[in-house]
Design a protein around this ligand. Sequence first.
Ligand code: ADP
Ligand code: MG
Ligand code: MG
Ligand code: MG
Length: 418
Amino acid sequence: MDSQVFEALSAETLPVRLGGNAAVTNRIGEDSHRWTISEVGDGNLNLVFIVTGEKGAVIVKQALPYVRLVGESWPLPLKRSFFEYHALTRQAQRDPGMVPEVFFFDETQAIIVMEFLTPHVILRRALIDGRTLPRVGRNLGLFVARTLFRGSDLSMVTREKKADVALFCDNVELCDITENLVFSDPYIEATLNRHTTPQLDPLVAELRSDRDLKVEAQRLKHIFSAKAETLCHGDLHTGSVMVTEDETRVIDPEFAFYGPISFDVGMLIANFWMSYFSQAGHETRPGARDDMRLYLLETIETLWDTFRSEFANLWRTERRGILYQASLFEDRRDPLAAEQALNIVIDEIWSEMLGFAGIEIHRRILGLAHNADFETIADPERRASCESKALKLGRHLAVNRQRIHSLRDIRATVERLE
Ligand code: ADP
Ligand code: MG
Ligand code: MG
Ligand code: MG
């Protein structure tokens, strides 16, 4: 495949175009006539094929020059594939084993060939089905701590970090999607918005005229766009996590950008809170999902506690960047100064994380990209009842983020909303 002109793959053309590619044939077998191809892309943006040969299977993911969900009327550059590839290679170094292995990348064709995760399923799907995955909170807590710490000036050689900021800074169009669809559109009558209507109309009107909320959403957008602290995944929700009972894997980092450490953490935790509120829409009788609700709240606590303790561990053992140097602290027999600084840094991540979580909840209910947790609740009355509790929690988190001190307090708030 040496053509310099982009061409979208199809199930018919894929064996011809990748049949001579050693990275593929080594893994799945040479005889491309016997490959079976299925297109499984359920995302909003890209083509994803499972390609199976006599020796095995791989995933072939290809970006399209437009948004798949909307069509050719919304162009989106192919280079998002380049950012996904580079983010996957960095994440593989920073938390080995947590992202699919990449076998091949073609920048012109915007194709990534990667490890086929099987029998993994999308975490969001598992949570809708009421499955409790025991390792997810800890695995994801470690993933965010390691990737976010190790991609920052706390750890990296600053020349390399700055070069990487420059590289990812070109992911303009995907950041633009987040800047508009996450931080602004939910709070105005934007054309792409939708919500469960008429049930949510009064609450939506209230949120859109809530001055404190709108200011907070813009402060968070300001942090998102200005704080180039670390390489974020950028789209870390439960639809970007694949799981088995024993394993947790993170996929789809095409939105990768240098942003605040708190962003991925907040987005991820928000999706567990939304799963929590959606459970009432999926249970067959009231209370049938009580254990699931408990599991979700405990998973959020495990995720945050693991993030915090691993971040602290890396702070104490791998703080080799330009920030809070040991030469000022530990080397001058003042380890408590390093601990004091750590507490300040974590406190700031905590309050930003809560804010991002609140905004993420809002945009999934008021904006363009809804999530299956709520969308699969067929009865609009029931769906709106779940969504309105989530919206209220989102507002509480975004506006009060600097006055909320623990997940135990949030658990009490969540339970009062029931
Ligand atoms: P998009 O960027 O369009 O959202 P994703 O990378 O999220 O695409 O992939 C879409 C779907 O394809 C996922 O929800 C998952 O079902 C499947 N998929 C993607 N990557 C893999 C993989 N490495 N192994 C198994 N399935 C995958
Ligand atoms: Mg996706
Ligand atoms: Mg994607
Ligand atoms: Mg505080």
